[in-house]
Design a protein around this ligand. Structure first.
Ligand code: C5J
Length: 230
């Protein structure tokens, strides 16, 4: 007789080969969809980046979030940022870039990457709802100096669907951290974004190369179609 796992598992066509997940053992991880990275006037824009590359991610990610909310999947929103006294920010991070307005300084959206400030908050379209995990992280990876692994293990999560920004920085770091901890990671190609299209493309290829060295990639439409069969 088939087990419950078999009955509720779905298979997503993916690179380098299909990815099978069971929603109760899966978490949708949404990385750093914060005003500071996505909106004009935020930290990303102040660094001279074209934020329109990241805005493209919002709509497909909204559809994925809605589909995940319709399942038993755990949902985790991360936010990169620091305590107001910056005591959790390494000096190397604070000084990096030699910036006029850097982390902790006052910008158009409040103090840059500081918890509680406007720029640190998640964009309205993807705002967390009750019951979803909001995880503050001081680094690029979502596992570093957070309780993410504990939360996932306590829920029996084995598979991660990873989305958010930016592809080659916080998404990549999180996928590498998750992969090393034994989590199976599927990155949704149109639900991650970078200020640099070429880094985005290569970043995705790096994940699925060599038989899936860090994980899998797939367009969100393939995940949505698979979930619609549940
Ligand atoms: C960066 C991030 N790029 N969320 N943060 O500094 O990728």
């Amino acid at each position: 007789m088939a087990s419950d796992l078999t009955l509720t598992a779905v298979t997503v066509p993916a690179k380098p080969y299909e990815f099978t997940l069971e929603p109760t053992r899966t978490a949708l991880v949404i990385i750093d969809m914060q005003r500071d990275f996505l909106e004009p006037g935020g930290f990303g824009a102040m660094l001279g980046n074209d934020v329109s590359h990241l805005a493209k991610v919002v709509e497909p990610l909204q559809a994925v979030l809605a589909a995940a909310r319709a399942t038993d999947m755990m949902i985790v929103h991360t936010r990169e940022g620091h305590r107001p006294d910056l005591s959790d920010a390494p000096p190397s991070k604070l000084s990096r870039g030699n910036l006029d307005t850097g982390i902790g300084d006052l910008g158009p959206k409040g103090r840059v990457l500081v918890r509680g400030e406007e720029g640190h908050d998640i964009v309205e379209e993807l705002y967390p709802i009750e019951g979803e995990v909001v995880l503050d992280k001081p680094g690029k990876g979502a596992f570093y100096a957070t309780d993410l692994e504990l939360l996932l293990r306590n829920q029996g999560v084995t598979h991660l669907i990873v989305t958010g920004v930016t592809t080659e920085v916080c998404v990549h770091t999180t996928v590498r951290e998750g992969n090393d901890r034994g989590f199976e990671c599927l990155v949704l190609e149109d639900c991650v974004g970078s200020y640099f299209p070429e880094f985005h493309e290569v970043g995705l290829r790096m994940i699925a190369a060599q038989g899936g060295i860090f994980g899998w990639t797939a367009p969100s439409s393939d995940l949505l179609e698979a979930l619609s069969t549940l």
